[in-house]
Design a protein around this ligand. Structure first.
Ligand code: PLP
Length: 481
């Protein structure tokens, strides 16, 4: 496909302005007028539209096909949410508007906080953090401040080896030392290893439950008792909340701080780097440490409450991601008690696929799973292909690759999360394709390792664009075909 610059035709007049229209009017002093050519492509409006439509058609998205990206919860995002988030009263609200002029938006935020309290079991919520990782950072700052105020010097945070990389990164950014805790042979936090590392320097443990293997931590109550008896706190990474909504909650499991990824569990399109939201919830004991302001209601009006005794302060300036809060609130209202059914169906779908694939692919932790599970491509590796090959080959069948090579404790990991949104037909098709790829590998592993074969662009260098971005257009530059 040609770039828009290569399509440019200098005889074309894309817009309404003709060459010298501005320079012939004396409304702008000539010294401010551009002299040279700005170098924009010359195309008609229709050609521009076609160019970008063609590009967007090449993109993969949840509206186009199955997207079983583990740990990311790529569920259906109801279109009515977009309509509500784009209501003028919301989109035109100035960030410096007074509370009086923002009652509708504040009411929505307050009610979302109340809903998230019920869903998480926590006593108070802050909607400030704008992503999961930002929630982790804010939550760990809360924990740090809590110990500072108590004048209790604690330097360490325990993190299981199955954790998402943002967990140790967030704790480290708060100045804690990270102590890794082993998983046992069943993929659960190894209690003995935890006990060995639990001393008076430990501020907290960061856990994901179900963990990143998709397994529910059966000993979570024992762990929370151990931690609390040691004066330590428990942080809950809520990225996997889609597995437990309405069945249990982090408070019942003994956690003190939790973040939710609204863009994952509560239906906002994500994955393209778009806005997210990572609210945190805390127990009664930690309420006075939340980022300020929290949204409050005095019986008559909603207001931003800055009066929080030990607050860690603001963790961001404004609410540019407000639309995500609107979408989450709309989704929660629409679903009501069916949130529980969504989790139930997500778990059922994951177990269905797992059972159908486990003979053909290695399943290192063969247990009932929650909303996702992790296969290993080790068997296929012996036959000459690997997980990257499998992931790339799936693209030839119009399926987005699952998360691969995470969690780190599984060789050649393939992490599959179907979500509740997909029909049995879609799941069956995925199963058939995965089985077919396993057969292809037996016959011709090189062919699979050379995939994708049918996509507009074949193998790309996965790090080049991020490490050496080249954002300048140059004449005669070679174009990817
Ligand atoms: C997605 C994810 C995170 C980070 O959340 P972001 O919203 O992407 O910052 C943390 N932990 C786990 C387990 C995740 O899947």
């Amino acid at each position: 496909m040609k770039t828009i610059f290569e399509k440019s035709n200098k005889d074309n007049h894309g817009g309404i302005l003709l060459d010298n229209e501005l320079s012939s009017c004396d409304c702008i002093s000539s010294k401010y007028l551009r002299q040279g050519n700005i170098g924009l492509p010359n195309l008609s409006e229709l050609e521009v539209l076609r160019h970008y439509k063609e590009l967007s058609d090449r993109n993969f998205c949840i509206e186009k096909g199955f997207y079983p990206l583990g740990s990311c919860t790529m569920k259906y995002n109801p279109k009515v949410n977009e309509l509500l988030a784009s209501l003028e009263g919301f989109t035109n609200l100035h960030p410096l508007s007074s509370d009086e002029d923002s009652q509708g938006a504040l009411e929505l935020m307050y009610k979302l906080q109340e809903a998230l309290k019920i869903i998480t079991g926590m006593s108070a919520i802050s909607l400030q953090p704008c992503a999961g990782a930002h929630g982790e950072l804010s939550g760990m700052m809360v924990i740090k401040k809590y110990f500072e105020v108590k004048n209790d010097k604690r330097t360490k945070v325990l993190v299981p080896d199955s954790a998402h990389g943002t967990n140790p990164a967030s704790a480290k950014m708060c100045g804690f030392d990270i102590v890794q805790i082993k998983s046992n042979e069943r993929g659960q936090v190894d209690i003995e290893d935890l006990k060995d590392h639990l001393d008076k320097d430990v501020a907290a443990i960061m856990m994901t439950n179900p963990n990143t293997l998709g397994l529910f931590e059966e000993k979570v109550l024992e762990i929370s008792k151990l931690m609390h008896a040691n004066g330590s706190l428990l942080y809950y990474d809520g990225a996997n909340f889609n597995a437990i909504m309405g069945y249990t909650n982090p408070f019942l499991m003994g956690f003190d701080v939790v973040h939710l990824n609204l863009h994952k569990t509560f239906a906002t399109p994500h994955g393209g780097g778009g806005p997210g939201a990572g609210p945190i919830g805390v127990t009664e004991e930690l309420k006075e440490y939340l980022p300020s302001p929290v949204i409050d209601f005095d019986g008559e009006k909603y207001f931003r409450n800055y009066n929080i005794k030990h607050s860690i302060g603001k963790v961001k300036a404004f609410y540019g991601n407000f639309g995500v809060l609107v979408k989450a609130y709309a989704y929660i209202l629409m679903m009501g008690n069916n949130l529980r059914k969504a989790s139930g169906d997500a778990v059922l779908n994951a177990n269905y696929i797992k059972e159908k694939l486990k003979g053909t692919y290695l399943l290192p932790y063969d247990e009932p799973c929650m909303h996702e599970f992790v296969l290993s491509g080790d068997k296929q590796k012996e036959q000459g292909a690997n997980t990257i090959g499998i992931a790339k080959r799936l693209m030839d069948y119009d399926i987005h690759p699952p998360t691969v090579y995470f969690p780190l404790i599984v060789h050649e990991a393939i992490m599959i999360e179907p979500t509740e949104s997909e029909s049995k037909e879609v799941l069956d098709n995925f199963i058939d394709v995965m089985l077919k790829i396993a057969d292809e590998i037996k016959e011709n592993p090189e062919f699979v390792m050379d995939s994708p074969h049918n996509t507009p662009i074949r193998r790309v260098d996965e790090t080049q664009a991020a490490r050496h971005p080249d954002l300048q257009w140059k004449e005669n530059k070679q174009v990817i075909q």
